[in-house]
Design a protein around this ligand. Sequence first.
Ligand SMILES: C[S@@+](CC[C@H](N)C(=O)[O-])C[C@H]1O[C@@H](n2cnc3c(N)ncnc32)[C@H](O)[C@@H]1O
Length: 309
Amino acid sequence: MHIPVMLNECLDALITDPKGIYVDGTLGNGGHAGEIFKRLEAGGTLIGFDRDIDAIERVKEKLFSSEGKRVELVHDNYAHMAEQLDRLGIDKVDGLLLDLGVSSFQLDVAERGFSFQQDAPIDMRMDQTQGQTAGELVNTAPEAELADLIYRYGEDRASRRIARAIVEARGKNEIRSTLELAAIVERAKGGRKGKKTHPATQTFQALRMAVNDELGGIEQVLETMIERVVDGGRMVILTFHSLEDRMVKQFFGRHVPREESLQQGGVRRIYEEPAVKWIGKKPRTAAEDEMAVNPRSRSAKLRVVEVGV
Ligand SMILES: C[S@@+](CC[C@H](N)C(=O)[O-])C[C@H]1O[C@@H](n2cnc3c(N)ncnc32)[C@H](O)[C@@H]1O
């Protein structure tokens, strides 16, 4: 089951006008989307995106247009959100929510190949209709590229050793399954060494982020959607990885006006248009009781900005 993370915190931050237009860029199981829809009043619109068709189908079964509210579900990468809004004839929205990463469904269905706990072909694509699989990447990428991505996205210091082990193994036989890959990584790292997490955790995360170009998508959606949120509207972003959080923090940081003193006296505000302000100085984290029941919430960071200041 996928339990929505920091549900009330996200929704309280997002909804400023119950008759407004809200976008959930990461439908997943529709946990947040269902709650947005519930809080909307007649005249309100919910637009949901997911690049995983299974998520769209699942949410379609649960969420219907009703009580004068409009629902649009879009199977696409949120990187293309602005074009999709154009297609729907929507110029500005009142708020955007992104709950980044993979859903529990994607992790739990063995055939999707995200998990090193179940044996399956190494796929890891969120959108199974296009792109390279993680298996193709693992079996064809140059050693230096593998090492770089494991270091960058997985933040694993053993990246070179892991990449070398992968290249050696694939030289003998194609690496076909998630368990095979997990065992190669585990051997390269010299076993578990008493750690709780599996030694392949970071490598799997890195491959997932690479095949789905996760950071590229985040940058694109932030850059295009900041122009499409009304003044006073909110952008609410939940991240689960330090690189994602850094990207979100730095992106909005450039749009928060800061004052610079001028030599001739007075001050000038420096920022990239449109200006935003942080709602809450620091990112929020889940409450202790939520962390106790939903392990996924433990690494969550919630950042919220209001557009137009
Ligand atoms: C953590 S889940 C969202 C869970 C959801 N908030 C809920 O409460 O049920 C993230 C979802 O975002 C989707 N996703 C990730 N990157 C995406 C992208 N670039 N474009 C569209 N959907 C994406 C994934 O397929 C996954 O279903």
